[in-house]
Design a protein around this ligand. Structure first.
Ligand code: SAM
Ligand code: SF4
Ligand code: SF4
Length: 409
């Protein structure tokens, strides 16, 4: 539709929309009346703090692979602390898990806790989703990519590529991206953009994602210059997050948090709320997005990683019943945290200890809206990470002014 395309172009031209713009484009470009009605239902059920919902998730994470070639020190996969079987998802599983979602889905993220390009089936997965009118996003370190990977992404019709590149030279890059090769990433980035443009393709939209940390915060201006010369569609600066279950947050914060940037408080007790702090509504993961890991485990969100925190498992169901999973005891228990209704069946889940619920009175049931003293993040092992890339993020303000937290699932 011409009007949709115009709206998409407009959104693309407003840089601060960043991730929200991407979601809006997916809603417009992959929408159908059924999907839009479901979207309205999901959002109203969230506003109404419904425990049992009729709406279906409209964003999906399907992780093709949770192995990785890099060893990023704050990533559970990189630290070999994932707490989950490491495996590749087969194309058949991908299809089986995706199919029941198709009537409601605007976009699927083909990444979660690994390097998706290690799975040779990832191109088929992307093509299958696109063929079925679902937008695709992938985040990659782009280190191992060779010509056939880049061509594969273009042929498959990937819509959005996030390239994780946190530095402007080998030294500033590899302190976090351990085992990474800066020159390889730059070469791959520019080759992908060249190939895409030569073919006259509009996608993938290529986003350079730069996690701002203590050791690379002085390089952001240089990164912006480099981004222009490479011709990436957007450079996005995001705050560094800590692993959800890290016990030594004070030490990690001291080591990694930037000192000159607003948007990421370097205090050890910083509540980590994924851009949801100021929203008087329940955590949006519990209404909008389902996260399916490479082993088929269903996590409540893309920030939690250990399998013992899972809410369900795809392989526990002979026929995949999305409404059944979406309203199982754990999802209902987690949603019930945000209501003032009594519900006897409530069980404890990982969400009970998450900063989103713990720290913000507006998130609590009205009857209990007394500001809680902040639980020490260091002592409370179940409190969460800051906006992981995979989840909502604060867009750091490169001009060093405070930046409001933005919502983006
Ligand atoms: C776990 S990675 C998997 C995808 C891919 N391996 C990559 O790094 O792009 C998912 C996302 O988390 C981001 N990420 C990794 N460490 C992070 C951190 N400490 N804080 C915020 N985002 C992080 C990555 O840059 C990536 O966009
Ligand atoms: S952040 Fe991505 S690149 Fe780094 S170890 Fe984790 S999965 Fe690998
Ligand atoms: S752990 Fe936190 S971010 Fe994740 S679903 Fe639960 S409340 Fe939301």
């Amino acid at each position: 539709m011409a009007v949709n395309r115009r709206a998409s172009r407009l959104l693309k031209s407003i840089p601060q929309y960043t991730r929200m713009g991407r979601h809006m484009r997916a809603v417009l470009e992959h929408g159908t009346p059924r999907k839009w009605i479901n979207l309205a239902l999901v959002e109203s059920e969230r506003k109404l703090r419904r425990i049992e919902v009729k709406g279906r998730p409209y964003i999906l994470f399907l992780d093709p692979c949770n192995f990785c070639n890099l060893r990023c020190p704050l990533c559970p996969t990189g630290m070999e602390d994932l707490g989950r079987k490491q495996t590749m998802m087969s194309f058949d599983c991908f299809k089986r898990y995706l199919d029941p979602h198709l009537p409601y889905l605007f976009e699927v993220n083909v990444h979660n806790w690994g390097e998706s390009l290690l799975n040779p089936d990832v191109f088929r997965m992307i093509a299958y989703a696109q063929l079925n009118n679902v937008g695709t996003n992938m985040s990659s370190n782009l280190v191992i990519a060779q010509e056939h990977h880049l061509d594969g992404l273009l042929d498959a019709g990937l819509e959005h590529l996030t390239v994780s590149l946190d530095g402007t030279d080998q030294a500033s890059y590899e302190k976090y991206r351990v085992r990474g090769k800066f020159d390889r990433v730059i070469e791959n980035l520019s080759s992908l953009i060249r190939k895409r443009n030569a073919r006259g393709l509009k996608t993938p939209f290529v986003e350079w994602q730069y996690i701002v940390m203590k050791h690379n915060e002085d390089n952001v201006d240089e990164a912006e210059r480099l981004a222009v010369s490479l011709g990436v569609d957007r450079i996005r600066f995001i705050p560094v997050g800590l692993p959800f279950e890290s016990r030594n947050r004070r030490i990690l914060a001291d080591e990694w948090f930037p000192t000159k940037f607003e948007g990421r408080d370097k205090g050890a007790d910083t509540p980590q709320t994924f851009g949801q702090a100021d929203r008087p509504a329940p955590c949006y993961y519990l209404y909008r997005s389902m996260v399916v890991n490479a082993d088929g485990g269903v996590s409540p969100c893309c920030i939690v990683y250990k399998d013992r925190r899972d809410f369900d498992h795809m392989e526990a169901h002979e026929t995949i019943d999305i409404p059944g999973i979406w309203n199982n005891e754990k999802y209902r228990s987690a949603r019930a945290l945000y209501t003032d209704k009594d519900w006897d069946g409530r069980k404890k889940t990982i969400c009970d200890g998450c900063d989103i619920f713990q720290r913000h009175p507006s998130k609590l049931p009205k009857s209990a809206r007394q500001p809680k003293p902040a639980v020490s993040a260091v002592d409370n092992v179940t409190t969460g990470v800051a906006g992981s890339v995979k989840g909502p993020t604060t867009v750091l303000n490169v001009s060093h002014r405070p930046s409001p937290e933005r919502q983006a699932p």
